[in-house]
Design a protein. Sequence first.
Length: 208
Amino acid sequence: MGDLRILGRVTSINMRKVLWTADLIGTEYVTELWGLPHRDPHEPEYLALNPNALVPVIIDDGFVLWESNAIMRYLADTRRSGLWPVGAKERALVDQWLTWQVAELNAQWGYAVQALMRRNPAFTDEGRIAESIRKWTAAMQILENQLIKGGGYVANHRMSIADLAVALSAHRWFSTPFEHPDFPAIRDHYEKLKATPEGQKYMSAETP
Ligand SMILES: N[C@@H](CCC(=O)N[C@@H](CS)C(=O)NCC(=O)O)C(=O)O
C-alpha cells in the first residue's frame, strides 16, 4: 500500500480507533495533528476534506475518508486483515456492533462525560446527568450480555475491529467518575485489550 496519512489528535477516542486499527494491521502511516486545541478543523483546508470539521480523516494515496468506524472497516479491508471477516454473515455481525457502538452506545454518554469527566460548566443539570448515566448503563448491559455470549469477544467468538471500538468505549466508561454497576465480562474484555501494547498506548489515563 502507498502513502497513508491519518489526521487528528490522539486525545480523540475516534482517532484512537483508527490508530489502533492501523497499528494492529501493521500498515505504515504518518499522522498530522488536527483538532482543538491544536489546529482548528474549521480551517478551509480541513473542511475541504471533512465538511463536518471533525477528526479523524485519512488520506490513503489521495483517497479521502472520514467517520472513524468507516475508516476502521476500510483499513482492515484494504490491508486484508483478519480483523474484518471475509464471510458476509461474520462481517455483518462485526459491522452491526461497530454501528451499534457509534449509534446507540456513543449516543448515550455525551452529557455524563461532559459533566463528570470534562467538568464542563455548561453541563450541570442533575436530571440530564442521571438520564445519560441510566441510558449509558442500559447500553453497557447489552454489551455485557453479548460478551458473555461471545466468549469474551464482541462478534464471531474472535477478535475484530468491533472489539477495539467497544474497548475504547469501556475505557471511557471506567474513566468517567460515577458509581459503576459491576459488568465482569466488560471488565475482563477491557483488561485483556488493555494488556496489549496498543491497549496500553491508546487506553491510558492521559487519553480517557
Ligand atoms: N462520528 C465521528 C465523530 C468524530 C468526532 O466527534 N470527533 C471529535 C473528537 S472525538 C472532534 O473532532 N472534535 C472536534 C475537535 O477535535 O476539534 C467519527 O466517528 O469519526
